[in-house]
Ligand binder design. Structure first.
Ligand code: ZN
Length: 378
């Protein structure tokens, strides 16, 4: 099976390279916003129509010629994707890009052969910890200390800037051999706000302590930022601090999620969870920072379980989102309607007398439902 994998490195560009990256980010943002404006005026414009405009734009705005032309085209693909998602109702209407918010650009891998010489525009040299990128030439990188080589075909690279730090994420297509195995163990997973993850074997993974720490800092910095004069030196300083805190929180979260998912997927052969409609949950909880962080974490955990179980040859099933996992008694199947109230932390069955933690009861139900599902599928 072929899989796509991303390798993200910290990048250490020199002064000239930094200037070039910033310039390219600016140019891709310009193209994106320009084309979005065109689309707003005439929605029927095709991507091909817009693509044709890029060459005439480079004549009007010669600075566009100085940067990587692949990156300009990628900006247009991103816009197209945004509209695709919008029309499929999986995303909102594309918004204009703002300087300082998600500053990045993507460029695609190109390979040419000329007079028996192979030319590649993106190349990773892990022995010397360097990456070659279009127009940038060699840039120092750091990360994946134990990795000496990347096997597989490079697809593209995304160069990003967070505060004053630079990163490159290289997307690679790799061959993965999966061992077929006979499943011998099963686990049900309940994800939620109270405990992040509860498994049917009774293990709970709560919200880690760092969450509170970062949450406090983010709230404080947001308040500070709103008091500063926009565009002033102090405004900029606070904004960098805020971005840095977001980045730290994100990294800590990824690490925690990876650990939880590894434990679950390594220990069980069949993994069952609910089908979360995370998107609607995020919208409901937009105002509450804590809730929105937990919601996106839940989505991330499910996403990781999905691909990790695939990679390890394990089975993963989702039960219907409307399956009443928290109302059904995991021992006698009786339905306890009052459990709809999420503040009730203990499940008490009026039929068989079972007393059990709400989330554990739900995860057992999810596990049982998943076993049924696996029979149906085989
Ligand atoms: Zn019961």
């Amino acid at each position: 099976m072929m899989i796509n994998k991303a390798y993200k490195f910290r990048m250490y560009p020199n002064v000239n390279q930094k200037e070039f990256i910033n310039k390219t980010i600016g140019c891709t943002r310009f193209i994106y916003n320009y084309m979005l404006n065109q689309k707003k005026e005439n929605i029927s414009l095709s991507n091909f129509d817009l693509m044709k405009q890029i060459s005439s734009l480079t004549i009007t705005y010669p600075f566009l010629k100085e940067v990587d032309s692949c990156a300009l085209r990628c900006a247009l693909f991103d816009l197209e994707n945004g509209f695709k998602k919008y029309f499929a109702k999986t995303g909102g209407y594309p918004k204009f890009k703002i300087k300082g918010v998600k500053d990045s650009y993507r460029t695609t891998y190109i390979k040419n052969k000329y007079k028996d010489k192979i030319y590649e525009n993106i190349k990773i040299d892990l022995k010397n910890r360097k990456i070659i990128l279009p127009k940038l030439k060699e840039v120092k990188i750091r990360g994946y200390r134990k990795l000496n080589q990347i096997n597989g075909r490079i697809l593209n690279a995304t160069i990003s800037k967070v505060a004053d730090k630079y990163y490159v994420s290289v997307c690679v297509e790799e061959e993965l051999t999966i061992k077929e195995r006979i499943p011998s163990s099963v686990v049900g997973i309940d994800v939620g706000i109270k405990s992040l993850v509860t498994t049917s074997d009774g293990t709970t993974y709560g919200n880690p302590n760092y969450l509170k720490k970062y949450e406090k800092r983010i709230k404080r910095l947001q308040r500070d930022l709103s008091r500063k004069i926009k565009g002033s030196n102090n405004y900029y300083k606070t904004k960098i601090k805020l971005e840095e805190t977001y980045r730290k929180l994100k990294n800590a979260r990824i690490k925690t999620n990876e650990e939880i998912v590894s434990q679950i997927v390594n220990n069980y052969d069949i993994i069952v969870s609910e089908d979360l409609n995370v998107k609607t949950m995020i919208q409901e909880a937009k105002k509450h920072l804590r809730k929105s962080i937990t919601n996106s974490t839940m989505g991330d955990i499910i996403r990781r379980i999905k691909y990790k179980s695939k990679w390890l040859g394990k089975k993963y099933y989702q039960v219907n989102r409307y399956y009443a996992s928290s109302q059904i008694c995991s021992r006698c199947n009786h339905k306890e309607k009052e459990m709809k109230d999420i503040n009730k932390r203990e499940y008490k069955c009026s039929h068989c007398g079972l007393e059990i933690d709400r989330d554990i009861n739900a995860s057992i139900n999810i596990m049982i439902e998943g076993i049924f599902k696996s029979y149906q599928m085989n």
